[in-house]
Ligand binder design. Sequence first.
Ligand code: MRU
Length: 345
Amino acid sequence: MFSIKFRKSKLYYLDQTKLPQKEVWKQCRNISEGFSAIKELKVRGAPLIGVFAAYCVAVYAKNLNLAKDKFIKEIAKSIEELKACRPTAVNLAWALTELKDTLLKNSNKNTAAIRKALLDEAQKIYRQDIELCNRMAEFGIKLIKSGDTILTHCNAGFLATAGEGTALSLIYKANAVYKNIKVYADETRPLLQGARLTAWELSKRKINCTLICDNMAAYLMQKGKIDKILVGADRIAASGDTANKIGTYSVAVAANYHKVPFYVVAPFSTFDLSIPTGSRIPIEERDPQEVRTVLGKIGIAPENIKVFNPAFDVTPAKLITAIVSDRGVIYPPYNKNIKKLLGGI
Ligand code: MRU
């Protein structure tokens, strides 16, 4: 199962805003369609937006007929525009930086060769992301026991990556082994990635999944119904402080109080070792209408009420039991251990 595909030089994506009611595949024909697909969360999830943006650049380059100097300038400009689309998930900036480096490294070649190099790089990033998901699952499965009940927040599965997911890849692997893993999915207001996407994904995979509203998670922990928590990440600072979908922090606080292990699952491309702590992570703020309405369809608040709508929050490292990466499981002290495992990235 996958959420984007590149076939016969054409880029397609599953429009996630239409899920779970309809599975609609769309073609991304140019850079502005790619830009809106990412901005409007038709394509979403930290690793996936990086992979998709890389393909967008390659597709744009393929159809761009300009003299070499102008061609290079235009591609470089589109890379910067795409980077600004969603500021929190560092995977987007990471993948686009790889494309920019490829562009510059090949700038002495003709435009046909540059186009090929960009496409090769996008395909490399795509294949690598699939592999990273598999490796996280392999390292992380040792944290899961037969019969575990796991709580997750937002969507960190095959809809959010090119492969099986970050947090959900562990659940898929564990369930394949034990056949008895249970999941509680937080609905994840305001855009309901848990209700619309995680519940859909897990049902497709026939995983025993129960949907809850976000404000029910602490109650379940208090009742002893949650064995562990697995979430993905959008950016992890050198200290281990982790940005993920808004609401993750409150889940982590409740988990700490109730002594439920709280695990973050993320590939190396989600780590940003250039920032020491989470206070430096830029937090995307989105349209107030996402809060005043349910998915833009049903108004649930006075039309002009003031709204605050941060899309992510930062969970301090001290609330995180371990971070499962594609290079191994990282335990505190994160400052030291992240650098040891990922220092070379
Ligand atoms: O705004 P979104 O839906 O792109 O946010 C996604 C998340 O916060 C995910 O938890 C994160 O990217 C998980 S990594 C697969």
